[in-house]
Design a protein. Structure first.
Length: 74
């Protein structure tokens, strides 16, 4: 199976949360769902961290990374 998109992972995580909040899930299934939810949460956090890193940097014409928002004047 290919890697799900951020949106797909988030949607699956939301379904798991709703399922667990209802409380009518057998313990073993609830534990499996919780474990899967933690995996999805980490995937989403990693994706967001990478996106934030990308958005806070920009490349200069000489291919040097510059933190977004920093002035070139020192």
């Amino acid at each position: 199976m290919e890697n799900p998109t951020f949106e797909e992972s988030l949607q699956e995580l939301e379904k798991i949360v709703v399922q667990l909040e209802q409380g009518d899930v057998p313990l073993e299934k609830a534990l499996d769902a919780f474990k899967r939810g933690m995996e999805l949460s980490k995937q989403c956090q990693d994706t967001l961290a990478k996106a934030e890193e990308t958005l806070t940097k920009m490349m200069t014409e000489t291919e040097e990374e510059v933190v977004f928002g920093e002035s070139e004047e020192a």
